[in-house]
Design a protein around this ligand. Structure first.
Ligand code: HEC
Length: 466
């Protein structure tokens, strides 16, 4: 495998986190000791249930959170910081504004929960009657969905040097099966949960006559080593033997820390997996590490009984999409600029999932639909863009958008030095560059997973995972 180690240092959110951590160190000194003041908010009865439900999925051994939040000690020793990060809604990370639209598996604390944590901290962190503690949540190591029919693993261990840099990779995980299969879902099982930050996976289906050996070739390349996507795809040995490209199924799975695997109920979704193919990670991000380490993530594949009844479809607005970015995405240095994209929906659709996508200069994001009658259907609002938390947001119920409606996207980019994530200091002109996926170039995309509308879709709950 070829990897180059001279990376641009991109530490999204780095400065902010650093500041918070410094405050944390001071706070540890003044945080709760053993002194108990009489009060009735207790860890055992009130705080532990909130922490277990909203924090422990990421804050436990080996996960993405920097420390565990399981025991009374874990929480009380960081109580002031926890009060701060919950009051500012920095934690749990959930950029979508819950005052605008709701999604399944929403990671949002209620005002009451935030107030309860604050009061508990102010009152001195009472442990309470430990026999009343809720049971510690269990997180199955292999799969959250059951026994997979097939497990596909990285062919080689991916080595991550301890150079303190983020890595944005493209990876190809080839496989061969006995026959074509229909798939219900694919679940990402990270090996290095500390560093694997996000994955968005596509599926490549090869025609066995066009590609003799799918296994051979390069399996991982670094996005920053290639000026264009096309060159990166070639270096990754994606093409057929004759240089043409295989068929690609978009967004077959995705992963972020603490997120449960994507699966739609009621026979919705699913796709075909060719006998010869590859899972193609178009977007895989490893966070920085100070020690040499590695990752060998695997993919649990769940077969379906037959062809999908209602396979989901996808379109994207903005960069490379069905509707252009207006004005063209060019952001001069020292400016804060707004861009839009409008798309007229050609037939009735039912939206399942949306994914707003920008890079480091993103500041805010808004999307809504306007019907012919002039009604507004809110889709998603992000008041403080966070490059690190690009969720695929699934609605609780499908959202009908009638034919003729306009989906309107509005995004603001901050290319000033006040943006702590600005990859350039001093700021430089940043733009969308043809075929580039570099994080220091910009993108504005809104990816929509949908079905052609059927009567009653708006009543189907997407919450049950099967
Ligand atoms: C989806 C995963 C996830 C969830 C859920 C989550 N955290 Fe975090 N938390 C992180 C990560 C990752 C970091 C490291 C900072 C970063 O990457 O933004 C972090 C950092 C922190 C920090 C340290 C902040 C600093 O800069 O020093 C605190 C405190 C914290 N989380 C508390 C919580 C609490 C309390 C909850 C629940 C109410 C929670 N977190 C839920 C992933 C999560």
């Amino acid at each position: 495998m070829k990897f180059s180690f001279n990376h641009i240092t991109l530490v999204p959110g780095g400065r902010y986190i650093l500041q918070l951590s410094t405050i944390a160190m001071i706070w540890v000194v003044v945080s709760c000791g053993n002194e108990t003041t009489p009060q009735n908010i207790t860890f055992a009865e009130h705080i532990a249930p909130i922490i277990y439900k909203n924090c422990t999925s990421c804050h436990r051994e080996g996960e993405a959170g920097p420390f565990s939040l399981l025991s009374f000690e874990d929480v009380s020793s960081r109580s002031k910081l926890i009060k701060f990060v919950t009051e500012t809604r920095f934690m749990p990370p959930w950029p979508a504004d819950p005052a605008y639209t709701h999604f399944i598996d929403e990671k949002v604390l209620t005002e009451q929960e935030i107030a309860l944590i604050g009061k508990w901290v102010d009152e001195g962190c009472n442990a309470g009657d430990m026999s009343k503690m809720p049971s510690v949540p269990s997180f199955p190591a292999g799969s959250q969905l059951g026994k997979p029919d097939l497990i596909i693993k990285f062919r080689d261990v991916f080595k991550i040097p301890g150079d303190g840099k983020d890595r944005f990779m493209l990876m190809r995980i080839p496989y061969e099966l006995e026959s074509d299969k229909y798939i219900k879902t694919i679940e990402v099982v990270p090996d290095n949960r500390k560093l694997l930050h996000h994955v968005n996976a596509q599926l490549l289906s090869y025609d066995p006559d066009k590609r003799k050996d799918v296994i051979k070739g390069e399996v991982a390349v670094d996005v920053k080593d290639f000026p264009t996507t096309l060159e990166a795809y070639k270096a990754l040995d994606l093409p057929n033997d004759d240089g043409t490209f295989p068929m690609m199924t978009q967004s077959v799975t995705n992963y972020l820390p603490g997120v449960t695997p994507p699966i739609y109920p009621n026979g919705i979704g699913g796709f075909k997996m060719a006998k010869k193919g590859a899972i193609f990670l178009k977007d895989i991000h490893y966070g920085p590490s100070r020690i040499d380490t590695s990752d060998q993530t695997s993919f649990n594949v769940f077969f379906a009984d037959g062809a999908p009844k209602r396979p989901t479809m996808e379109f994207q607005m903005g960069t490379y999409g069905v509707s252009p970015v207006v004005p063209p995405l060019v952001i001069p240095p020292d400016t804060i600029m707004k861009f839009t994209s409008d798309y007229k929906v050609p037939f009735d659709i039912s939206i399942l999932t949306v994914n707003p996508h920008m890079h480091l200069l993103g500041k805010t994001f808004l999307a809504y639909a306007t019907t012919i009658q002039g009604d507004t259907i809110p889709l998603i609002r992000i008041n403080k863009w966070d490059f690190r938390w690009q969720y695929f947001y699934t609605y609780k119920k499908m959202l009908k958008i009638p034919a003729g409606s306009i989906i309107h996207v509005e995004a603001v980019f901050d290319n000033t030095r006040k943006n702590p994530n600005n990859p350039f200091s001093p700021p430089k002109l940043v733009e969308e560059r043809e075929g580039s996926m570099r994080t220091s170039d910009e993108m504005l995309q809104f990816i929509i997973t949908y079905l052609p509308y059927k009567t009653g879709d708006e009543n189907i709950s997407l919450e049950t995972k099967k």
